[in-house]
Design a protein around this ligand. Structure first.
Ligand code: FAD
Length: 623
């Protein structure tokens, strides 16, 4: 059977890859081990969070499905860091994980140009360094010139619970053994990582009345720019907060010798920022307690996910430690926690399109590239799916820059620096945080969204209209002055805004205060015409205008810098401050410009800056 694009894996990466490719009019096949598990949440029943929320919004703004699905199936919505600046706010939602799967499965199965097969891919067809198709354990051979592997934690997956080990891709699901072996045969640089999950508790065995209640926000913030905020009224369930204590810590510590993490049973490197409970007790011995979030897995609230207690300790220890926690004294475990080790492909094997450098037409996306998290996976899936489809159509690739999107930062970090531990997104990884806000993802990615054509025309027109309104308002604020007349000063005082002494640009009046719609329209009644969405953007852009301007200038400088030519025969070894590894790579590639240098895996923005300064000084004869 012949396809244009084949996606292996129906996780968060595979869904976005397959949907993007099929929706771009390209004949696509999704092969996955269990159709029932399309869109399964292997770990926590939640989408988004700090920086991860940015990724969901960007996927949404480009036409991905994750945000819409979360809005439809979410059971609690919150804005994290709500009291902080807009750049570091993050939306997070608890989801009904059963409904999430059902929704995604239905969308995938209802998509035109997209076939689905429940099979296990066991190899690829590769000829002359080009991918030609996929083979499966059932003996099928599917042809395609683009293949996207999104195998998550399934490649050589090995589960650990105490001293028990089991070959699996996820608890109860087959691991992907042959495909893993095939990728090694192809000569890819393969590493081993580890992740883990907590036990799930029978909800009726938990006393939440003694725990702190953590409700959702009112009104709930939706993820998708396509969700109508006015109509968004999901049923919201609370989460609960409880804590470990000295007894919990003693139970865990006295069983360290049985922990696969410490006994040498696990080799893979785990996620630094999402450690298991035994790792936390070991690393932070002086902490008297650790926070545990008790989160419903579904709207029916039959099982709780105990966020913060990921573990691979033996099952008797899991029960004892859980029962030592307030509110969980009578807890019954439905599913035990476990750790899983799996193969990942060194992402430095990839181009920015997520196509492998070794095999033409072969792409990889998601956890298989060394990342962790549903959102990181979805973002890569979308990029790989779009690029595979564009390549089929003979169009220019789709690459997001670091100053355009968190997705750009994510992929640039992966393909230029690689990763030796599960990589997750943080706001601190982005250089231009004020520009890359969650709230403006629709606006900043509009031109890309238009080009890709994954979104309805009516939506694009809505964003264009909003953009025009914001531009009009900002032009007014940047070009017109407020005059400190008596009447004006009285108004300023009445709304608690800072006094002005001289004629002042409106933009600076706004930047100095905490403005909202009411306050702004007291001073500028003509701004009443802007709807809430445009107004939100006007207020943010005006408040941070000077900082945003500075970041935009830095980006322009960076673009100019990348145009700088590197003199022929340049000896990179003479540049102080570059690591040996980077010097070696530069000497080998001999890039003609700083831009060409920036494309080389491992050459970081910091090393480009060093190179830039050095070349400039040399040109001025100062070296
Ligand atoms: P997955 O969601 O794993 O999907 C992989 C898909 O590929 C599956 O549908 C599978 O059936 C399919 N597949 C694999 N091989 C084949 C094959 N040969 N043929 C056909 N189909 C195949 N993330 C966090 O952010 N925090 C955590 O604490 C965390 N803990 C985790 C704990 C565990 C135990 C596990 C398993 C995962 C955890 N994750 C965690 C990771 C999270 O699940 C992933 O980041 C996310 O699911 C990755 O999405 P993906 O699409 O890359 O892969």
């Amino acid at each position: 059977m012949k396809y244009d694009v084949i996606v292996i894996g129906g996780g968060h990466a595979g869904i976005e890859a397959a949907l993007a490719s099929a929706r771009m009019g390209v004949k696509t096949l999704l092969i996955t081990i269990l159709v029932e598990q399309i869109g399964a949440s292997s770990c926590n029943p939640a989408i988004g969070g700090l920086a991860k929320g940015h990724l969901v919004r960007e996927v949404d703004a480009l036409g991905g499905e994750m945000g819409v699905c979360t809005d439809v199936t979410g059971i609690q919505f919150r804005t994290l860091n709500a009291s902080k600046g807009p750049a570091v706010r993050g939306t997070r939602a608890q989801i009904d994980m059963d409904k999430y799967r059902e929704y995604m499965r239905n969308v995938v199965l209802n998509t035109l140009n997209l076939d689905v097969k429940q099979e296990i891919a066991d190899g690829l067809v590769v000829e002359d360094g080009k991918v030609k198709g996929v083979t499966t354990q059932l003996g099928n051979r599917y042809e395609a010139t683009k293949v996207i592997i999104t195998a998550g934690t399934f490649l050589n997956g090995l589960i650990h619970i105490g001293d028990k080990q089991q070959t699996a891709g996820r608890q109860g699901e087959f691991a992907s053994i042959e495909l893993a072996a095939y990728l090694r045969e192809l000569g890819f640089n393969i590493g081993r990582l580890k992740t883990g999950t907590c036990a799930r508790i029978d909800a009726k065995s938990v006393d939440t009345s003694v725990m702190e209640v953590q409700p959702g926000d009112t009104p709930p913030p939706p993820f998708s720019f396509r969700t109508d905020k006015a109509d968004f009224n999901p049923t919201q369930l609370p989460c609960y907060v409880t804590y470990t204590n000295e007894t919990t810590h003693e139970i865990i510590e006295s069983n360290f010798y049985r922990a696969p993490l410490f006994s040498g049973q696990i080799d893979g490197v785990g996620p630094r920022y999402c450690p298991s409970i035994e790792d936390k007790i070991n690393r932070f011995r002086d902490r008297p307690r650790h926070q545990i979030f008790v989160e419903p897995q579904t709207l029916d609230e039959t099982e709780y996910y105990i966020n913060g207690m990921s573990t691979s300790l033996p099952i008797d220890v899991q029960l004892e430690m859980i029962r030592s926690v307030k509110g969980m004294e009578k807890a019954k475990i439905v599913r035990y926690g476990y750790a899983i080790e799996y193969d990942y492909i060194d992402p430095m094997e990839l181009k920015h399109t997520l196509e492998t450098k070794k095999i033409e037409g072969l792409y990889t996306a998601g956890q298989v590239n060394g990342t962790t998290g549903y959102e990181e996976a979805a973002a890569q899936g979308l990029v790989a799916g779009v690029n595979a489809a564009l390549a089929i159509k003979g169009e220019e690739p789709f690459i997001l820059r670091r100053d355009e999107a968190y997705i750009g930062v994510l992929i640039d970090d992966l393909v230029t620096k690689g990763t030796k531990e599960p990589y997750r997104m943080f706001t601190s990884r982005a250089e231009y945080r004020l520009l890359l806000r969650e709230d403006n993802a629709d606006r900043r990615l509009l031109s890309h969204a238009k080009r890709l054509g994954l979104l309805e025309k009516s939506y694009i027109q809505k964003v264009e209209a909003k953009e025009a309104a914001i531009e009009e308002a900002m032009a007014f604020l940047k070009e017109n002055y407020a005059t400190p007349t008596k009447a004006f000063l009285e108004k300023l005082e009445a709304i608690g805004a800072q006094k002005i002494n001289d004629k002042t640009l409106w933009i600076d009046v706004i930047a100095r205060g905490e403005f909202n719609r009411e306050k702004l329209t007291t001073l500028l009644p003509e701004f009443e015409k802007y709807d809430d969405e445009a107004m939100e953007q006007i207020l943010i852009e005006a408040k941070y205008y000077r900082y945003i301007q500075k970041q935009s200038q830095q980006i322009a400088q960076m673009k100019d810098m990348l145009k700088i030519k590197i003199p022929e025969g340049f000896d990179f070894a003479t540049v102080q401050g570059l690591s040996n590894e980077i010097v070696e790579k530069l000497q080998k590639a001999n890039p003609p410009t700083l831009f060409a240098a920036s494309e080389i895996s491992g050459v970081t923005p910091a090393s480009l800056e060093i190179l830039h300064v050095y070349i400039k000084m040399k040109q001025k004869g100062k070296m």
